[in-house]
Ligand binder design. Structure first.
Ligand SMILES: Cc1cc2nc3c(=O)[nH]c(=O)nc-3n(C[C@H](O)[C@H](O)[C@H](O)COP(=O)(O)OP(=O)(O)OC[C@H]3O[C@@H](n4cnc5c(N)ncnc54)[C@H](O)[C@@H]3O)c2cc1C
Ligand code: FES
Length: 538
């Protein structure tokens, strides 16, 4: 519109004022046009800047609101009493990593229909209330049961009319028979094939990590926690004489409606499957109810500080580090965060896509993945950055200085070498924080005080095992484990109570404060040292 008006003015000037007048007129029009354009561009720029400023203010407001909400939520939930074990429902179960392993299952071969073992015991029969319903006139109402014990399957015929055959052999009623992969099982006339996927229970196949999302069964609010803390669980495993207690780190930031834990299949030194980690994987299903103790632990990230941090995760030790990272992101903190993640190879690499997207979208997060033994299919620069173990040498090459707070969780040897390396690099002890998931002597054990000249060494008697051991420093739990004595443990920090043993004689000192005072005549073996000769019931 403006352009048409200006062209009209030019024509009028030329017509009425001749050439000179026209030039002057044109100059005036050009000047006005330039001024108008400058004004127009200026206001555009101003409004873009204003918009940017407005967006920034909105972002700050949103963060403030979120922080205030979290604080209010923490204050509200901090007052909720939660002593002992509380019931939680498993809302979601999710396999992490590349492979999504299948548990044992039966296939009805005439219909090609799979029945997965999602309970310890599944009833096979014709009636509706059975777990594996087989509508066929040769199958009894309750025909047989399939039992799942630590990833092994067994079949029991329940006095069915037409019987059950295994690989063409008729089973005796009420006798439990082990099933093998590929077995042919026939209920009445209905054929089934047994599948026990080999990868499921073998060490080193797939990541073997599964996440569980847990919500309170009573629907009451969920207390918050500090990123890095853990939950304590109690399981009554069929066939075990007493409940087993284990701790698992929270693997996500505090959320209003769920806690998340991520659990790896643990294998013992003799390669046998760990009791509770396998129980989680093989038996705990969505909808199950489990016993959980309130979040606890002293290994956590101080969210009130803004100091730059280095998170160091080895294997499943990623869980508390992930909770710390996610909390930083949730709070919109721009805290400088280096994330070192050590693994053997891509098969163990969990939360890969998630971590990569976090690093891509957040300039203040620097992700460095180390594979100590990469496979042929692992691509350096894409799947991982360094073909080496996580070490202080690597930090020296990458970090601008040693001036960070270090938070670390991983296998004992990795933590020991990093803690010692940081010490040599001049990092103050107060800046190095770590947690071990099992027996791990990260620090040099404090030696037992030397007995006075001629006095005998302090003796610890493990009465049940009929062994007496000279105390050489460390806790009663460490002493017992070193002597090959079977001792229960969970948190190894005086919180969960799994290690409590009867103190038959003598007294103990605690190396750190227990969360609750132990009952009279007992002690927390994980944090107790003998105060003179003692006898314990282990
Ligand atoms: C604070 C903390 C946080 C943890 N967080 C995680 C996590 O996020 N993810 C994860 O996968 N794991 C985590 N763990 C490890 C976890 O608690 C278990 O140790 C692991 O799952 C192995 O348990 P299991 O029952 O499968 O193995 P098991 O071998 O059956 O038991 C493991 C430990 O229990 C004790 N124990 C049990 N039975 C016996 C026995 N008969 N004789 C001697 N000792 C016995 C021993 O200390 C043994 O090392 C964490 C541990 C701690 C302490
Ligand atoms: S192991 Fe948890 S209190 Fe000792």
């Amino acid at each position: 519109m403006g352009f048409i008006l200006e062209t009209g003015i030019v024509e009028q000037i030329i017509e009425h004022s001749g050439a000179v007048g026209a030039i002057i007129g044109l100059a005036i029009v050009a000047l006005v046009t330039i001024q108008l354009t400058v004004y127009f561009l200026g206001s555009l720029k101003r409004s873009a800047n204003e918009l940017k400023q407005h967006n920034l203010e909105m972002e700050v407001l949103k963060t403030k609101l979120q922080t205030a909400k979290i604080k209010q939520y923490q204050q509200e939930t901090a007052t909720l009493g939660w002593n002992g074990f509380r019931k939680f429902v498993v809302k979601k179960k999710q396999h992490e990593g590349k492979q999504k392993p299948k548990g044992p299952y039966l296939t009805r071969t005439d219909e090609n229909k799979e029945f997965h073992m999602n309970r310890d015991e599944m009833v096979v029969g014709r009636t509706k209330d059975t777990d594996i319903q087989v509508v066929h006139n040769t199958v009894s109402g309750k025909h047989a049961r399939i039992l799942c014990r630590r990833n092994e399957l067994f079949v029991v015929d329940d006095f069915s009319t037409n019987g059950t055959t295994l690989n063409s052999e008729k089973l005796k009623p009420e006798v439990q028979v082990k099933l093998n992969h590929g077995d042919d099982l026939v209920f009445g006339d209905v054929p089934f094939k047994v599948s026990l996927p080999a990868g499921e229970a073998k060490e080193g196949t797939g990541s073997g990590i599964c996440s569980f999302y847990l919500s309170p069964h009573d629907g009451r609010p969920l207390p918050s926690f500090e990123p890095g803390q853990y939950l304590t669980f109690q399981f009554k495993v069929p066939g075990e004489t007493k409940p087993a207690v284990r701790c698992y780190s929270l693997s996500d930031s505090p959320k209003l409606d769920y806690y998340r834990v991520s659990i790896k299949r643990h294998f013992r030194k003799d390669k046998s499957p760990g009791l509770i980690s396998h129980y989680w994987h093989d038996h705990v299903q969505e909808g199950d109810i489990i016993d959980v103790k309130a979040p606890g632990g002293k290994f956590y990230l101080d969210m009130d500080k803004q100091t730059p941090i280095v998170l160091i995760a080895g294997g499943v030790g990623i869980t508390p580090c992930l909770s710390m990272l996610n909390t930083i992101l949730d709070r919109k903190s721009k805290r400088e965060t280096w994330f070192f993640y050590g693994l053997r190879n891509g098969k163990e690499h969990v939360f890969k896509e998630y971590l990569e997207s976090v690093a891509l979208e957040n300039d203040h997060v620097r992700l460095h993945v180390c594979y100590s033994r990469p496979n042929d299919e692992d691509v350096k620069g894409k799947d991982y950055q360094h073909a080496e173990r996580v070490s202080v040498d690597l930090f020296k090459r990458l970090l601008p200085s040693n001036n960070y707070d270090y938070y670390m969780c991983g296998p004992g040897p990795m933590m020991k070498s990093v803690v010692e390396g940081l010490d040599d690099w001049g990092v103050p002890e107060k800046n190095v924080h770590y947690e071990a998931f099992g027996p791990a002597s990260v620090k040099k054990a404090k030696p037992a005080p030397a007995p006075a000249a001629g006095a005998p060494a302090t003796k610890v008697t493990f009465a049940k095992s009929d062994q007496t051991v000279d105390w050489t420093g460390g806790t009663i739990l460490e002493l017992g484990e070193a002597a090959g004595i079977s001792m229960e443990s969970g948190c190894r920090a005086g919180n969960c109570g799994a290690c409590v043993i009867a103190l038959k004689s003598g007294e103990v000192n605690y190396v750190s404060e227990p969360s609750d005072p132990p009952e009279a005549g007992t002690c927390y073996a994980c944090i107790a040292e003998p105060k003179g000769d003692i006898a314990v019931d282990a």
